[in-house]
Design a protein around this ligand. Sequence first.
Ligand SMILES: C[S@@+](CC[C@H](N)C(=O)[O-])C[C@H]1O[C@@H](n2cnc3c(N)ncnc32)[C@H](O)[C@@H]1O
Length: 272
Amino acid sequence: MAAFDQDLLIPPFNKLGQLSGSSHIPYYTGIFDEYEYYLIKDEVVNLDWLKQANLSEPMLEVGSGEGRILSELAQMNLACFGIETSKEAIRRFKQKQHLAEREIIVYEGDFFDFKFDRKFGSVIIPNLTIHLFNDVPTLEQLAKKLSSILLPSGKFAVSIFCPESIQKMSVNYKGQTFVVPFNDDLGKERIMWTGLKFEDQHRTMIQNWYTQVSPSEGFLSADKQRFWLEEELQVIFKPFGLELTHKYDGAITGGGADGFVTNHLIFTLSNN
Ligand SMILES: C[S@@+](CC[C@H](N)C(=O)[O-])C[C@H]1O[C@@H](n2cnc3c(N)ncnc32)[C@H](O)[C@@H]1O
């Protein structure tokens, strides 16, 4: 597990982190994994844009979570693969895999250093996961990896927040702390403390979370997302042979980001 970055803690979460019995864990693990799936359970997954994009098989989803997108794609009779770091998400996925019409293979590991034994007609990062990759070197690493695992003329499909949504976050989340009640996997009511700090310079947002699970035990997590613009992705991906070829408009319905407008971008690997 990567070392916890203390610089990501904003007040008052820096103080919560000093409490005895408080443990730091990554966001997509343990109680935070339960919270995330509670938050998105009402989100509507609209894959019309992926259907319109007519992507080639086999398809790989990076950060496939509990497989809600992969399951839909498999129902369209597409050969699908996923890669996911979170053991909990993969466990959830396996619990419902028998419902899928086609077998889906999910690799457990980190996309950036996983050694794939095959190439893909398309790689997708839908649902804004790319914002977790929050600096230019990481995106260059992503593009390099994509160019090595895509078949000739393969496609990379990615969703980002559109500039209006980013502007909305910049105004609303300059330094906010709020509490969200949620039910854990066993249905027990819990409270999640959340802190958000948007920084305009690189369009980044630090997120902190804290939840108490017993009188003597609490969990703390933090991450930093970067809200990439279409033009930035174009500049970073171009040297790796990935050119923007299509763009679709989208919007999130339900869940924590209800009403936010998105863009879905399709990059095609040139054969040179
Ligand atoms: C925003 S969630 C999206 C989950 C899923 N795509 C969905 O829409 O339900 C992002 C997911 O990416 C995973 N993830 C983040 N970085 C990853 C990496 N480097 N390799 C593989 N999975 C990663 C996280 O564990 C998390 O499950």
